[in-house]
Ligand binder design. Structure first.
Ligand SMILES: [Mn+2]
Length: 357
């Protein structure tokens, strides 16, 4: 069995269930493989790895919310995002989900005994494979880019810590780092160096990715509005460029885009990775997430920004994070909950569209 087939499982199956919750997965399995039987579906899924050509975008799910911590539930994001896009967009190759032990985050936080026991649980034997979701994702993505350097991969999270392995592996596979930039949509900066002592989580991942970029101002953040510190503080302390939500709303799409383009052109950037935290959108469009925020961006403006970006730069990696389908913040009506999932599906389709260009 190939390593990649041990690290991943079929689409939507990365959330571990035995009995409770398994009905959530059956509809997607039926749609993908025409069966609700996991073993039969797995046999069909494993054939995916015989037809891997980078002629269209690939999708990978990382259904872990263990790097979150205010309101979890983004572990169901990859499954529901696929359900939202499947009827209208089939032009992607789905590699499946990273296998997730929901109590783990990254292997560096584990002792030898736990590593041994978790390897036995996941792989059924002693080996050297990673066991925590971020570590498995990093290994899988590293292997994928090594074999297919021109792959364009869309990651579905998961809390935003799951962008860390996606972006890190993307950066490590680029030949010239100066030409590679990160465009990060978010209500929050995710620029803490540590959160309660933990260095890789939803509040820190962008800070921790900075050392892997050519320079910190290869990161442009769009939609920031919930921060204990000012824009000036973040610029001085991290070097990251930020366009806050109130500025984007005041400027409109074209002026905002010009600022992004000018920054990247100045640096000689040619290709961009887009990391999209759904809470960049205003809470009325994105209720189904752990930390919804008011006074945010509109899906139409974000889609327009992404399409303009794809005219001038190659978008070769992307992710959609923090969609928590079964999370209902106070005051959210069932109707608004479903419409926020429809909006998330729309954003996923826009990301696939610009990746395919
Ligand atoms: Mn985030």
């Amino acid at each position: 069995m190939k390593e990649i087939e041990q690290l991943l499982t079929l689409p939507g199956n990365g959330v571990f269930t035995v009995n409770t919750g398994k009905e959530k997965k059956e509809k997607l399995m039926q749609a993908y493989y025409g069966t609700k039987d996991v073993e039969k579906a797995k046999a069909k899924w494993s054939k995916t790895f015989q037809k891997m050509t980078p002629d269209r975008p690939w999708v990978i799910g990382i259904p872990s919310d263990n790097g979150g911590g205010i309101q979890r539930g983004a572990n169901w994001g990859p499954l529901v995002l696929r359900q939202e896009i499947l009827s209208q967009h089939k032009n992607f190759l789905d590699l499946g989900d990273v296998r997730v032990i929901p109590h783990l985050l990254h292997d560096k936080y584990l002792n030898d005994e736990t590593l041994k026991l978790c390897r036995k649980a996941l792989y059924g034997k002693a080996n050297k494979l990673p066991v925590s979701p971020l570590s498995i994702a990093e290994r899988a993505l590293h292997d994928l880019y090594k074999a297919h350097p021109s792959a364009r991969i869309l990651g579905f999270g998961g809390d935003h810590s799951t962008s860390y392995p996606l972006v890190k592996a993307w950066l490590e596979s680029r030949k010239n780092l100066k030409k590679a930039a990160l465009l990060h949509f978010d209500a929050h900066t995710d620029l803490l160096d540590r959160r309660l002592g933990i260095d890789i989580c939803f509040g820190t991942w962008t800070y921790q990715i900075l050392e892997h970029l050519a320079t910190p101002d290869h990161v442009v953040q769009v939609g920031i509005r919930s921060s204990g510190k000012t824009k000036k503080y973040w610029k001085e302390h991290t070097g990251v460029e930020q366009l806050w939500a109130h500025e984007v709303i005041k400027w409109g799409v074209e002026k905002t885009y010009k600022k992004i383009r000018d920054q990247y052109k100045k640096l000689g950037v040619e290709e961009v990775y887009v990391s999209f935290d759904i809470d960049a959108l205003d809470e009325k469009f994105a209720a189904a997430t752990g930390t919804p925020e008011k006074e945010g961006l509109s899906p139409t403006d974000c889609a327009a920004l992404l399409r303009l970006l794809s005219d001038d730069f190659k978008i070769t990696g992307a992710d959609l994070m923090e969609v928590a389908p079964f999370v209902w913040p106070a005051g959210v009506e069932p109707r608004d909950q479903q419409s926020s999932l429809t909006v998330a599906g729309d954003m996923a389709r826009v990301l696939l569209e610009v990746l395919a260009k």
